[in-house]
Every structure is written in C-alpha cells, then in structure tokens.
Write a protein that binds this ligand. Sequence first.
Ligand code: UTP
Length: 272
Amino acid sequence: MIRKCLFPAAGYGTRFLPATKAIPKEMLPVNTKPLIQYGVEEALDAGCDTMAIVTGRGKRAIEDHFDISYELEHQLKSAKKEHLLKDIREIINNCSFTYIRQNEMKGLGHAILTGEKLVGNESFGVILADDLCINDNGKSILAQMIDLYNRFECSIIAIQEVDSKDLSKYGVIDGKEIESGIYEVKSMIEKPEPQDAPSNLAVIGRYILTPDIFRILLDVAPDKKGEIQITDALKIQAQSSRVLAYKFKGIRYDCGSIEGFVKANIDLYKRK
Ligand code: UTP
C-alpha cells in the first residue's frame, strides 16, 4: 500500500522570475488551479491520504492554500458562491498535509532525503508538481505506477521518449524492456550530452520509491554544482536491488518551463 506522497517544492523557480519572487512556482495557476493542486488531486486519485510537502523559504502560500479560510468561506456563502471552493474543500477533508523545510537548496535528492522524517520507513510516491500530468483513460499516472509497484514491489520511475536535442535536460535510463512499456533499469545518467545518452527515455517527475533509497541518498556524493541527484541514488539502487521504468499512459506538460506552462494553460482551457 502506498499511502504517502512526497512533493519536493523547495526550488527557487528561477525560470519564472519575477513571478516567483514572492509566490512559489507550485502556486502558479494553470487556468484557475495552482500547479500543486493538480498534483495533490492525482495523489488522492491514486489512493494516497497523506501529502508530505518539502517547502523552503517563501513557500507559506502552499500551506495556506491547503487550509480552511473561514473568513473567505463565510463571505462566499453570503454571496451564494461556495461552489468556487468546493474542490479544494474536498481535498482538505480527504487527506492530511505535513510539511518540512529544506534549509539549503542542495538538489532534488537532498529534498527527498529531507522528506524522510515525514515519510518514515515505507514506500512512497513522489510528485514534482511542475510536471503536470493528465490522462484520458481514467487512471492517473501515479495510480498506474502504484499498480505496477503492487506487482513488482520495487522502485518505479516514470519515463517518456524525448527528442535527442532535449535529452540533456533530463535523467536518461539505460534499460531492457521486460514487458511492453516496462523497462528493467540497468543504469542512469543525469543530463547527458545527446551523444552520451544511452537511450531516448527520459525520467519525468513521478516516482515510487522504496525506503532504502534514504540510506543510499546519504552516501551519494554531490555533483559539480553541489547538488545531490536522485538519478545517482536510483542508479545505485538499480544495481543493488531493482528499479523499473514505466512508459506512462497520458500527457505530461513541463510546467517548469515557460513554453510547457503556456501550452498546459491553453490545452486545459480548451478541454473545459
Ligand atoms: P527544478 O530544478 O525543476 O526546479 O527542480 P527549480 O529549481 O524550482 O526551478 P528553476 O530551474 O530554478 O526554474 C525540480 C523539482 O525539485 C524541487 C523543485 O521545487 C521542483 O519541484 N527541488 C529542487 C527542491 O525541492 N529542492 C531543491 O534543492 C531542488
């Protein structure tokens, strides 16, 4: 059973400055909903009941968003507009939120390690809210990955094919396809030059991790920029136990980039 979902949300979001000077990137809206709310809805849909959020300085708006605003609710009730907060109210009623601060921005691996205190000794999901994922066939991406975890009981990472010119933005896997769309990971490399990439299969922001990842992360050496990369820890885990990569069914918008963010806004607006 995967009950907890970790949201590393401490990054600076520099690509969206000045918008992200005082507002967390995760609170930028795609139409009327902040990015992180899409992620939380996906985790709820997948059966998680605890959202563990790794925050940092200037991220208070995330906590306020997932809390009740009595004054606002009272005002909306008088104006008969309560329906505007119906979805967020439902989220608040159906899961718990826990928070921890990452004091220094030392990379995604370090953010996940910071989340250990919230997750404890159990397997957990990870959602990077700036990767907005939607699907048309009923099951969310995280739910598809949990189905796979229930079969194989090992770490699962979501992948998609990307153009070779874009591979240097991602972690890229070297793997063997064991079933249609499911790969046994042999190795991984973070942000390779196209000529060094072992495949065109890039890791996106959805993971199921087994708790031994925390011990591995403790030993991972920082990269040139001083950041601890989850890719390095997964590479060790793939060699010492097992990591599967899953070509998910659905659409992913890279909302960490301006282009992906604008595309998500337009596409989701048209879908309404
Ligand atoms: P990104 O590098 O895409 O996010 O990290 P960023 O640093 O916020 O954005 P830019 O590059 O400056 O525009 C991927 C995810 O990992 C989290 C981020 O919040 C984002 O969700 N992260 C990254 C942390 O929580 N802590 C870190 O130290 C680094």
